[in-house]
Design a protein around this ligand. Sequence first.
Ligand code: GAL
Length: 746
Amino acid sequence: MSRLHLPLNTHWEFIPEDHPEFATRQYTGPSTEVSVPHTVKEVPHHNFTEAEYSLISWYRRDLSIPEAFSGKRLILHFDGVMLAAEVFLDGVKLAEHRGGFTPFQVDLTDHVVPGKTHLLAVRVDSRERTDIPPFGNLVDYMTFGGIYREVHLKVLDPLHIENVFFKGQDVLSGLPSAEIEVTALNTGIIPEEVALTVELQDHTGQTVSVVQEVRTFEAGPSVHTLRLLDLTGIELWDIENPVLYTLKVHLGTRDRLDTRVGFRESEFRTDGFYYLNGRKVTLRGMNRHQTYPYIGAAAPERLQKKDADLIKFDLGCNMVRTSHYPQSPHFLDRCDEIGLLVFTEMQGWQHIGDQDWQDLSVDLLHDLVVRDRNHPSIVLWGARVNESPDHTDFYTRTNRLVHDLDPTRQTGGVRCFFGSELLEDVYTMNDFAATLTPYHDRAPRYLVTEYSGHMFPTKSFDQEERVVAHALKHAGILNQIGALGIAGGIAWCAFDYNTHATFGSGDRICYHGVMDIFRQPKFAAHLYASQQSPEHKKVLFAATYWTRGDVNEGLISPVWIFSNLDRVEVYVSGKLEGEAVRATDEYPHLEYPPFKMQNISGGWGENFGALELRGYLGSEVVATHHLAADGIPQKLVFEADDPVIHADGADLTRLSLRITDEYGNTLPFAWGPVLLDIDGPGVLVGEHPLVLPGGQGAVYLRSTRIPGTVTVTARAQGLPAQTVQVRTQERAAEGRKLKAEGLLSL
Ligand code: GAL
C-alpha cells in the first residue's frame, strides 16, 4: 500500500468555550457537530468587533485506527488553524502550534493503537496574541478563528517521502531539464536500498520522461537529487497557456507523492521590467485578503478558487499579491491552473516583535516556502513584514532562508518609504502617494505593490461622482505605470474586507476594493475588466447611475464608458447622440483608455430617457449596454454561483442578490430588505433579512452531510419572488472507495 491521505474534515464536535475536559470523554455536555473549514463564530458582514471571535474553543472527534495501519507512520496534518492550536489525543497533549496561516503536523504513530478508537481534540486559541505574528500592534485586517482549513491523516510507510522540490532548468534553451530534490525519511534503524523513480506526466497522463536510480536511504532524513534531462518539446507554463505537468516520485512500492509542476522562467530584470519566459509582461495585479462576509477566513476550496477566477477573468489581471500572509493552497492551485502570477509573503503588518516573535516568523516563513515552492504561479516571495521598518538582522535572515530553500525565485519585501534598506532582489513599494517616482533608477528591479486603497475609500453605494472618480483614479495610476516603464503595479485591493476600529469606515469594513466584500463589482472593477483584450472578454460598461440628480448640478454628462471595443455609439431614448471619444489624451498609456461622452442633450429640469450603448468591433455591434432612466426597482436578480456542491457540511456556494432596473443594472439605492426561505438539506449563512447595501449583496448556502436538492426563495417588496435550486452530492469516487475499504470510519 502506497501512502493514503485520509480527510478528517467531518464529524467534529465543537464548543465555543474553554473546557479542558473536552479533551476526554468525561465531557458529556452540549456541543455542535461541524465540518471544517469552520469559523468559531459567524458574524454579520459588518458592524461587529474582533471580540466576537477572539476566544478559546475546542474541537474533537473520534479517530479510529484500522488494524491495517499497523506498522505505518501516522501523521496528522492541519492546513491551518487560527491562531494557535494545542493537539490532544485521549486527553494527553501531544503538540502545540503557533501561527494561523501555514500547515503543521503531529506524529501520532507512537500514540495510537491499531484497532482502537481514540479521541482527538484541538484547543484553538483565536485571540490576538501578541506573541504570534501578525499581532503586537495595530493590524488592518481581521484574522478570525477556528480550524479554518482542511485536516487529513497521512498513512505512510516507515520509509517515505517528506518533500519534493521541482526545479525546471534552461526552459528557454531548447534543451530544458529539471532537477528534482526529494527529501525522504527512513524512520527505521537500518539503511534501505530502494529504487527512487521520478516520472513526469503531461495532463493526459502520458509519461514524458522518467528516471530511476537505486539509492540508499540511511536512517533518518536524507536528500536525493535526480535530473530529468533532454525535455525537448516540453510546453511552458504561461499566463495565456498555463500548461501543468504531474511529477510522480516513487520510492519503490513504499511511497508515491504526486506534485503538480510547470516549466517557466520568471525574472525581474535590472532594466526595470518583468519577464516571463523571456517575454516582457506588464504586471497588473490585485491585493487579496482571504476575508469573506459572515465566515471570516473559513472559505472552502470552491470559494478560494472563485476568487482567483474573479481576479483573472472578471478583473482581467495577471497577478495577485496574497496580502499579507500565506493563503489557501486551493487558491494557489487555481492560480497555477489559470495562469495568475502570485506574489506571496510572510505574515505580519507593520510590526516586528521581540526575538521570540522573530524566530517564530522565520519558522513560519520556512513552512510557507516549503509548502509552496512547487507552484509555477508563484514568482516572488515576500521576505519582509508588510510595511515594517528596516531591520537588518531580521531581514538578512529572512532573505537568506528563502534563498536557501528556493534558489530559483527572487525575493521582494514590501515597504512604504523610499530609501529603505534593500536586502531583497526586488524593491517592492507601496506607493500610496501615487508619486510613482521613477525610483527604479536607484532600485532597478522595482514593483509597485499597493496604490489607491485608503487614499480613496469608496462604497458601491457612494454618490455617483465618487464611484466614477474611484475608477478613474485607478485608471490614472495604471496610465502612470504604463508611462514610467516599470514592472507593473498591484492595486489595493480586489475586495472590501473586515478590519479593526483603527481602520476602515467605522463599521469594520475597509471599502478599498474594486469589488465589494460580497465580490460584487464597483465601477472600478469594470475599468479593470476593460483593460483586457476583447478576445478574452468584450467589455462595454457605462459608468453612470443614469439618474437626473445624483450628480452635482444635475449633470448627466460626461458619461465615462469602460470598453475594450473599437467604437461606442451613444443613444438616449433610442435617438443617436453621437459617438463617444476615447480619452487617449488623458490616458495615453492605457491599452484601452476609457471613452467619454460629452454634451448629452437635455438639461436640468428636462425629461430624459433610457441610455443605450452600442459597442463595435470593426463594423459589427458586439455588445450593448442599456440603462433605464427611471430608477425604480424592476427585478430581483437571485443567482447561485454553483448548481451542485459537495454534501460534506462545509461546502458553500454564494447566492448573490441584486435589485435592478429592467435591464439588469444594479440600482445602488435599492436596499431591500430581502427575505429568504430555504427548503431541503442546506443551511443559509448570512444576515436574514438581508438589507442589500448598494442594491447588491449575497448570502451563502452551506451543504449538510445529507445529499439532496435545496431550494431557496428570495422576496423583496414589490418584486416577483425568485428561486434558486442547488444540488448537494456526496464527494465522488474517492470517498466511496475509502468507505468500502473501511478506512473512512476515521
Ligand atoms: C497599506 C497596507 C494595507 C492596507 C492599505 C490600505 O498601508 O499595507 O494592508 O492597510 O494600506 O490602503
